[in-house]
Write a protein that binds this ligand. Structure first.
Ligand code: ADP
Length: 245
């Protein structure tokens, strides 16, 4: 079953075409990687999918529903959560508060309500911190956590929306080898345990081939190959253009 369908999507910035007539299907339950050299259009494609930018042509359907001009926070509400390349947490709030604020926002409550109800969603927030192995850091300020832990926190914040699908833009960017390994293990475990669909970009090919069930290769804004990892690895265009062989 297809959970996400991008159909003939095009995005231009002035005279420059960043995404050119891209069609992409993501199957429910897949761990689907979008790879390609710098500037290939990966982030722009994610921005189109998550409603951050509007396509000039084409459509995005999520769970059979056309997203059209739906706004990013409404797309989150229907089950698609996203994290970014740059860490995106409130640095002066504690890890617990970061998750709590996300839970409050996703419940449609007013943030200012928090002051009068600091215990709100305590159990849920702690369960999410536990899931990303940050329970021991709940009371620490997010900005004081190591980079790898901040990424774990971002994951908990994304999961606070109770998504069906996760979009992760370079989840291991800036991580050490040890952090990368731990992070990959954690992401796989959470995706499997929660039955999530994962769409991710990643520059580290070891990570890609370790976790992707499907790979789409972007080059100059176009999909040049799409399919199972082994087939993509053996694709002549991919070898020539991307893997440098
Ligand atoms: P990737 O994530 O694969 O590195 P991007 O999607 O970030 O690629 O960028 C694709 C191309 O689109 C790049 O050439 C980039 O400079 C251009 N681009 C991205 N966003 C904008 C923008 N807001 N305005 C102008 N050009 C942009």
């Amino acid at each position: 079953m297809t959970i996400l369908q991008v159909t003939q999507a095009t995005k231009r910035f002035g005279g420059f075409t960043a995404i050119n007539n891209v069609t992409l299907s993501v199957e429910a339950g897949a761990t689907h990687a979008v790879i390609g050299p710098n500037g290939a259009g990966k982030t722009t494609l994610f921005n189109l999918i998550s409603g951050m930018v509007a396509p000039d042509a084409g459509d995005v359907h999520f769970q059979g529903r056309k997203l059209g001009r739906m706004r990013p926070h409404d797309i989150v509400k229907i089950g698609m959560a996203r994290s970014f390349q740059k860490v995106n947490v409130f640095p002066r709030k504690t890890a617990f508060e970061n998750v709590q604020v996300a839970l409050i926002a996703n419940a449609g409550l007013n943030y200012s309500f928090l002051r009068s109800a600091a215990g709100l969603f305590r159990g849920e927030a702690m369960a999410l911190l536990d899931l990303v192995q940050l329970a021991g850091d709940a009371a620490r300020r997010a900005g004081e956590l190591a980079h790898g832990k901040q990424k774990q926190l971002e994951l908990a914040v994304a999961l606070a929306a109770d998504p069906k699908m996760l979009l992760l833009d370079e989840p291991t960017a800036g991580m050490s080898i040890a952090e990368t390994k731990a992070s990959i293990r954690l992401i796989r475990e959470i995706v499997a345990r929660r039955g999530l669909t994962l769409l991710f970009t990643e520059h580290d090919m070891n990570v890609v081939f370790e976790i992707a069930s499907t790979i789409s290769v972007l080059h100059h804004g176009e999909i040049i190959a799409d399919g199972a990892p082994d087939a993509v690895r053996e694709n002549e265009d991919v070898k020539r253009i991307y893997l440098g062989k």
